[in-house]
Design a protein around this ligand. Sequence first.
Ligand SMILES: [Zn+2]
Length: 183
Amino acid sequence: MSNPATTHPTSTTALKDRNRLFAEGFSDADLPILPKLRTVVLTCVDARVDPAHVLGIDLGDAVVMRNNGGRITDEALQEIATLAFMVAMLDGDSPGPFEVMIMQHTQCGAERFADPQFQRVIKGKLGIDVAGSAITDHEECLRNDIERLRNAPEVPPHVVVSGFIYDVATGQAREIVPAAALA
Ligand SMILES: [Zn+2]
């Protein structure tokens, strides 16, 4: 039996080629570790919602975190708190701004997680509880997620948070919660 990898080019092969081209033109060796925009963008893993494209985020601009739905999960919250802490440490005596932009989107797979039958199937087959990342009402979900950040003692109150819903049909990110400090 022939090895399929030798007869059919994989997506990995194509991506390796793209990286080779990228590295050939690379001139960003001196980027600082602190993101230029001092911002975390939290969004969905959905391939249509890539912040490098839809928000024009360049290399070194922002920390991009992605999970199913672009939700404030325990893990996302811990990452954000840790990053805010590290940025504050790097700032030293003159602390600068730190922002979190949450961008959820239309036609999100996390909407399917709201279906109790789908929840049961995933739980039964994989033992994974997806109820926590289910989205029924996008605007309510965004507001709840921001509230969760606000109520987390480990996230400092000076952190500026905003909430958007990106429309995969128009390319437009609609502002639902304008950028404001948590407290
Ligand atoms: Zn999604």
